[in-house]
Design a protein around this ligand. Structure first.
Ligand SMILES: [Zn+2]
Ligand SMILES: [Zn+2]
Length: 384
């Protein structure tokens, strides 16, 4: 009923004079969708399922930690799950502002998202056909192959996320944008969308690029197009990882796996370490779902069972670089511009350096040639 009512509001807006103002109606619609999403399920069909799963995990953790202690009870649970100081922190207020503002910018971000796994898989498939000949199409999809495909696709996409994340940490121009995510001083699920639109533009195409490494061979070998298995309105893989607390990665909950499991899967405690401003945690734990990438590339930091003491924030920063929405959007562009200028200056110096070396070498070889020709025993040469 509420969905129908929202559709009526939407058609009324499109037929109203407001529709003449560019971007205004889509902006109002996206704001309404954000506000009513938890009730209507528009764009967030799995919203409530995830909330229930996360609350169950937090509940089990609460029972395990506080059983028999004075804090054990409903009010204690609410303080444990939703600490007031987290949700009233200025950093969280910036998170909320970004959620609304990013919705306005999303139509522009969506343009980059047209670079899907299907797009890249099409290019890769053409390359495979050129090298190996026409598609074999020798297999049929069944439940087992679809489950394997669903998880392999997530695995491959997670590599794309890791590489994109690593690039955002190692390349100064990209770090300028990713720094916004790291300037969060407290972690709540709202921090999950504390990202600059430029970063939001780059992540899905990166995942799509590596996802195509699984999709293209599947298109080459199987008779029909594959489809990922879905449960609770999300892919089977997302639902499975949700039960392991993947949606609590952006939270204050110190949920930790054993050291062996931590080499394969990211746990929320690992991601908290990723947001730490302590030098020992710098550039660690960049995986999204799988931590094996961190293990392989040497960026893994195993979270201890007991919470470590550290402050969240940008490594080396002495004050909050993004205290509000304006600085959150504009400062990354200024810092990226500075990083570009520095890189250009370094390139010019390097080029000038090599040009100088070339000139010096050319001059030296010319001198040697002259010296060699002048040292020829001209007096002993036979004269006619
Ligand atoms: Zn990061
Ligand atoms: Zn994060």
């Amino acid at each position: 009923m509420i969905s129908n009512y929202m559709q009526q509001v939407s058609s009324y807006l499109h037929n109203s004079p407001l529709n003449n103002i560019p971007y205004l109606v889509p902006f109002i619609e996206s704001c309404i969708q954000v506000l009513t999403g938890p009730i209507t399920g528009i764009r967030t069909a799995n919203y409530w399922v995830l909330v229930v799963i996360d609350l169950l995990i937090i509940g089990v953790l609460f029972i395990m930690t506080f059983r028999g202690r004075p804090e054990f009870g409903m009010s204690g649970f609410l303080r444990f799950a939703f600490p007031k100081e987290l949700f009233t922190n200025p950093s969280t207020k910036t998170d909320i502002k970004l959620i609304f503002a990013n919705n306005f910018i999303m139509p522009f971000v969506n343009v980059a998202w047209r670079l899907t796994a299907i797009f890249f898989a099409g290019i890769l498939l053409n390359c495979m056909i050129t090298v190996f000949g026409p598609p074999l199409k020798i297999f049929e999809w069944n439940k087992v192959t679809l489950v394997v495909f669903t998880f392999l696709l997530v695995f491959a996409e997670d590599l794309g996320f890791y590489l994109c994340h690593l690039a955002h940490h190692r390349i100064p121009v990209l770090w300028a944008f990713h720094k916004l995510h790291h300037s969060a001083e407290v972690m709540t699920p709202l921090t999950a969308t504390r990202n600059h639109p430029v970063e939001f533009m780059l992540i899905p195409p990166s995942k799509a690029l590596t996802g195509s490494l699984v999709l293209a061979p599947a298109l080459y070998l199987f008779n029909t197009m594959p489809s990922t298995l879905e449960v609770f309105g999300m892919t089977l893989a997302s639902a499975t990882f949700a039960f392991f607390g993947s949606h609590l990665n952006l939270s204050h909950i110190w949920l930790v796996w054993g050291p062996r499991m931590q080499r394969m899967f990211v746990c929320p405690a690992q991601h908290q370490i990723h947001h730490s401003s302590a030098p020992r945690h710098h550039d660690k734990n960049m995986g999204g779902i799988f931590s094996c990438w961190d293990w392989l590339f040497g960026t893994l930091y195993i979270a201890p069972r007991e919470p470590e003491s550290f402050a969240l924030g940008v490594y080396g920063a002495t004050r909050q670089p993004h205290p509000g929405l304006i600085s959150a959007y504009t400062l990354p562009f200024i810092e990226a511009g500075r990083a570009c200028l520095l890189a250009l200056t370094a390139c010019r110096a390097a080029l000038r350096g090599s040009w100088l070396i070339d000139r010096v070498q050319a001059r030296l070889s010319r001198r040697q040639t002259i010296a060699a020709s002048s040292s020829l025993p001209t007096s002993s040469m036979p004269t006619s």
